[in-house]
Design a protein around this ligand. Structure first.
Ligand code: PLP
Length: 405
């Protein structure tokens, strides 16, 4: 048995979504590009899915390309924009983007472009002054995420994109909305009207892994990234993943039906967990608490212990009947050393806390009983690990006051 609180990493496939895609894994297996009659319903299913998803996002169906994941959409958008506008040599992004954006920008930097990585404040809010100052005559593209996957902090995309377009309408604005599609309002003809390109991924909202989307507003100069096929009007070659495209449309339809109710319930559960952790554990802080945040995300910084230690203990099921709790930490284990999260580093989270961060991310399937189980287990685990920590004074239940470097 598992309590799954890692929904920013991926989500469970909804049963309705699984059912919707089954015919396309069985009898409706035809290639949507084939000319015979049997392929027609398959072709129609792809185009219906395109219409539904585009409509949900306030875009035209012809502006939506199906891809394999958000990482592909991001690569296609950024490399496509750079290749279409090779004379402009400057890109703006933020220091807290997902690696899919950061690594692409660093690659483009190695190819001779200038990249400005805009910083954030202690709460994770974008440094607006720095953002405005970095806009230049030769800026080609601005790439900013909608909400941060680690902290849930939401960036004011409508405001940033408007500033960019008022400065110079030729600068392209790309938004990585992987954590927000189906969770926050996004309308390419409304609040996102100044955004040119938008990336997302089905597995973040109860569709399968292996399908994503990229909206490229009509008229946006963006060179084709995946060549070799006429599919997607020649803008993304390769036979369409029909079952998963149908699944992604169904997942969007489901989310739209229950959005308000789900959001309120998820936020109540997240707040309950957050309050309980703050009240029951000394020396913890909530990363991003002072910023506007995703209602499903809770990033807790526990001073003086390692996040990985907490995760192992949470996942432990050694007591019969104890469910493992799946969460995630900000750190990534690279080249034998534990590197702290680049997001928490950019937020200037102190050394004693940025190694001890744990992210809980909820979904519409998270129950009150599951949150209650975490409320019971989490403080016990922290107390147990602190007993082993040389930096923690057992008698005072406070840090020893050691200065760490
Ligand atoms: N961007 C953000 C903000 C993400 O959270 C993720 C995945 O965690 C990605 C991009 C990459 O998504 P995918 O796994 O679909 O490539």
């Amino acid at each position: 048995m598992t309590i799954y609180l890692d929904n920013n990493a991926t989500t469970m496939i909804a049963s309705e979504v699984r059912e919707a895609m089954m015919p396309f894994l069985r009898q409706e297996y035809f290639n949507p590009s084939s000319m015979y009659e049997s392929a027609k319903p398959v072709r129609n299913a792809v185009e219906t899915a395109r219409q539904q998803i585009a409509q949900h996002l306030g875009a035209q169906p012809s502006e939506l390309l199906f891809t394999s994941c958000a990482t592909e959409s991001i690569n296609a958008a950024i490399f496509g924009a750079v290749r279409a506008n090779p004379r402009r040599k400057h890109i703006i992004t933020t220091a807290v983007e997902h690696p899919a954006v950061l690594e692409v920008c660093k690659e483009i930097q190695r190819e001779g472009f200038d990249v400005s990585f805009i910083g954030v404040d202690r709460q994770g809010n974008i440094n607006l002054g720095e953002f405005v100052r970095e806009l230049r005559n030769d800026t080609l593209l601005v790439a900013v995420m909608h909400a941060n996957n680690e902290t849930g902090v939401i960036f004011p995309i409508d405001r940033l994109a408007r500033i960019v377009k008022e400065t110079n309408p030729e600068i392209l604005f790309f938004c990585d909305a992987t954590q927000t599609v189906t969770k926050l309002p996004i309308k390419m003809n409304g609040n996102f009207r100044h955004v040119d390109m938008l990336a997302f991924s089905g597995h973040k909202f109860h569709a399968p892994k292996g399908v994503g989307g990229l909206i490229i507003r009509r008229g946006t100069p963006c060179r084709t990234f995946m060549i070799g096929g006429h599919q997607e009007s020649g803008r993304r070659g390769g036979t369409e993943n029909v079952p998963y495209i149908v699944a992604m449309a169904k997942a969007i339809e489901l989310a739209a039906e229950t959005h308000n109710e789900d959001t309120r319930r998820i936020e109540r559960l997240r707040n309950k967990l957050e309050m309980s952790i703050i009240q029951s554990i000394p020396n913890v802080e909530i990363n991003g608490a002072g910023a506007e945040r995703m209602p499903n995300t809770l990033n807790v910084a526990v001073h003086y212990i390692e996040g990985e230690g907490i995760l192992y203990q949470l996942a432990d099921t050694h007591l019969a009947g104890t469910p493992g709790i799946c969460a995630s930490s900000g750190s990534a284990c690279t080249s034998g050393s534990l590197e702290p999260s680049h997001v928490l580093t950019a937020m200037d989270v102190p050394f004693t806390a940025k190694h001890g961060s744990v992210r809980f991310s909820l979904s519409r399937y998270t129950t009150k009983e599951e949150i209650d189980a975490v409320i019971e287990r989490f403080p016990q685990i922290v107390a147990q690990l602190r007993r082993l920590s040389p930096y923690w004074n057992q008698e005072t239940n406070q840090p020893r006051g050691t200065t760490l470097t």
